[in-house]
Design a protein around this ligand. Structure first.
Ligand SMILES: C[S@@+](CC[C@H](N)C(=O)[O-])C[C@H]1O[C@@H](n2cnc3c(N)ncnc32)[C@H](O)[C@@H]1O
Length: 359
């Protein structure tokens, strides 16, 4: 018999070794691992597709246990970059189920409509998704009809998917192959938590100017701009910039927009002598590698970095630390309950005594 209760290690490693296990449990290993002694934190997953569908990894454990595993995961991953006392306790998502307002449904060769299976491109046909908003689930029959029409045509596409988005007006948008899409935060309630934490940070910093890189359609910008802190938002997706420009700002304040690559626009701003009290970054999963080196010379006094991918965050933080930035605190927020994803906000301040270290 082998056991999953060896040395405590990260949840990621555990799940890699024994999928759907919980650290501390005893399992008999083999081609079909068998649970021998369950954790007190084990619960019956409510979703019938769990373990086949690749979307969720953590439904087997209570939300409290999910939170402690994610916290430990973050602390482990950031060892040597951020000390444990700088990492604040994970803020939960206000909703643990039915929280997603956007899902991507794939279509299989036999007309299956659903999500990719664990570590494969096989489509698991689903009737509904337990973490999707009910308004999205209600559209599944329509997606099936649309997919059936496409598959019935003489020339089948090599791949077919539909992206469903619950808009602010309550309507569900169905976009074939994600056409014409721009980014949205998929968990609107957790998004509000992030905005409140950012608001508190900005109220403490009291900047007179904010540069936001990777601004999307202005989700953060319009929630946080005030007449006291003029805002410049940079984004490369023209659709997002168009939506951002069309959004009214709160009375007396304004958001300026620049469409373009964050690193290029930031370099132009630096070269033209502009300075900002705070730079807010919310890059995609690949991180903000291209933008960071210029901070060594530009030296904005504070950086607020929103990360959706901790391993990349680690690399980016190392670059910023070499440029003289120190981590004030990190605030993890559980944007994606039941899954192994995590959103983290990091507040960094320039140590004016620190001399940028050469690469
Ligand atoms: C994680 S999203 C954040 C969006 C926004 N902060 C929000 O809360 O909705 C990242 C955004 O960066 C944009 N983006 C990706 N690469 C970029 C680049 N090189 N320069 C500028 N924007 C980029 C994407 O189009 C996307 O809108």
């Amino acid at each position: 018999m082998a056991a999953a209760n060896r040395n405590p290690t990260s949840i990621l490693q555990h799940l890699d070794e024994i999928p759907f296990s919980i650290p501390g449990e005893t399992w008999r290993l083999g081609p079909k691992p068998e649970l021998i002694k369950a954790s007190p934190d084990r619960v019956t997953p409510p979703c019938v597709y769990f373990t086949r569908c690749g979307g969720c990894q953590l439904q087997q454990m209570t939300e409290t246990r999910q939170a402690s595993e994610k916290q430990r995961w973050l602390v482990d991953l950031l060892k040597g970059v951020a000390s444990e006392e700088k990492i604040l306790p994970l803020l939960p998502s206000p909703k643990n189920w039915n929280y997603r307002r956007r899902i991507q449904l794939h279509v299989g060769p036999k007309g299956e409509v659903g999500f990719y299976a664990v570590k494969s491109r096989q489509v698991i046909d689903i009737e509904s998704c337990a973490i999707a908003d009910p308004a999205l689930n209600a559209k599944l029959p329509e997606v099936r009809r649309l997919a059936a029409e496409v598959l019935a045509a003489p020339k089948r596409p090599a791949s077919l998917s539909y992206e469903l988005t619950l808009r602010d007006d309550g309507q569900v948008e169905i976009a074939r192959d994600g056409e014409g899409r721009s980014f949205i935060q998929v968990n609107p309630e957790a998004n509000r938590v992030l905005i409140e934490v950012l608001r508190r940070a900005l109220d403490e910093i009291r900047p007179k100017s904010v540069l936001e890189l990777f601004a999307g359609n202005g989700n953060l910008s319009y929630s946080l701009v005030t007449p006291e802190r003029p805002w410049l938002a940079v984004e490369s997706n023209p659709l997002a910039v168009e939506a951002g420009r069309a959004t009214p700002a709160p009375e007396g304040s304004g958001v300026d927009w620049r469409e373009g690559e964050a690193a290029k626009v930031a370099a132009q701003l630096y070269q033209s002598g502009k300075s900002f009290d705070v730079v807010l970054l919310d890059p995609p999963r690949g991180g903000a590698e291209d933008c960071l080196p210029m901070f060594r010379q530009w030296r904005p006094p504070a950086i607020l970095y929103v990360s959706c991918h901790v391993p990349v965050l680690r690399k980016d933080l190392q670059v910023l630390q070499k440029s003289g930035y120190e981590v004030e605190w990190l605030q993890p927020i559980d944007f994606f309950p039941q899954t192994l994803n995590l959103e983290t906000l990091i507040y960094l301040r320039l140590n004016p005594m620190a001399h940028p270290v050469k690469k």
